[in-house]
Design a protein around this ligand. Structure first.
Ligand code: AP5
Ligand code: MG
Length: 219
């Protein structure tokens, strides 16, 4: 099964993709996480992407499509993937269809997590993650069981994203409105699109996603 998770910054794509990974045996492919890893490793891709990410814009389609193509060839994606934050442009959406078709596969669902802008800004402002294992937390909505200690790995160092500053968040929201939201009709026309209320609690959203993914796919 292959699923696209769409939605604005802070919509809950990463949170939900991680929860669905184990439950459905799918691999989370977050282009944002891949780019941040490339920036941290100082690769050519990372060097090209950094300034664009810091400004809240979109990295070029060529870079993103090549990254996904390479990733889909790896064994852990064989039983399917949850695309988190990809595609973000019409060219990326068409490329994904081609990449899946060339592997004898196809997309089963495109799911949009919708939320109000005010809430998105609040979510992003409070977000942080474990430096060692990447587990995600929030100052108000998702605190570790013991303050300062990661539930998943016991790590005690946490990091916040460089692009979570208010000005950059505004630019990311604008990029979503102008470049990514317009691809929703592409999936609507193929009867693949489901819109979910991303304002519900994390557990409620997970429940809605599980119910959707457990239904047999109509072809
Ligand atoms: P990316 O990393 O994809 O960032 P994004 O799309 O801006 O989305 P976020 O990761 O901020 O939000 P999310 O929806 O994952 O929310 P989360 O679950 O963390 O991209 C970063 C940059 O990389 C882009 O700006 C661009 O430059 C570049 N890039 C990436 N992909 C690209 C592509 N395909 N093409 C071109 N450029 C690309 O939730 C947020 C917080 O809210 C968390 O703290 C969480 O705990 C909390 N939360 C989540 N759900 C709930 C809930 N239901 N209730 C309460 N709190 C909640
Ligand atoms: Mg994310």
């Amino acid at each position: 099964m292959n699923i696209v998770l769409l939605g604005p910054p802070g919509g809950g794509k990463g949170t939900q993709a991680k929860r669905l990974e184990d439950r459905f045996g799918l691999k989370q492919l977050s282009t944002g996480d891949m780019l941040r890893a490339a920036v941290a490793a100082g690769t050519d891709t990372g060097k090209k992407a950094k300034a664009v990410m810091d400004a809240g814009g979109l990295v070029s389609d060529d870079i993103i499509i090549a990254m996904i193509d390479e990733r889909l060839s790896q064994a852990d994606c064989r039983s399917g993937a949850i695309f988190d934050g990809f595609p973000r442009t019409a060219a990326q959406a068409e490329a994904l269809d081609r990449l899946l078709a060339s592997r004898g596969s196809r997309l089963d669902h495109a799911i949009e997590l919708k939320a109000d802008e005010e809430v998105l800004v609040q979510r992003i402002a409070g977000r942080y993650s474990c430096k060692r294992c990447g587990a995600g937390y929030h100052d108000h909505f998702q605190r570790p069981k013991t303050d300062g200690v990661c539930d998943a790995c016991g790590g005690s160092e946490f990091v916040r994203r460089d692009d979570d500053k208010p000005d950059t968040v505004r630019a990311r929201l604008e990029a979503y409105r102008l470049q990514t939201a317009p691809i929703l009709p592409y999936y609507e026309r193929q009867a693949l699109l489901t819109r979910l209320d991303g304002m519900a609690t994390m557990d409620e959203v997970t429940g809605q996603l599980e119910a959707l993914l457990r239904k047999p796919v109509k072809r």
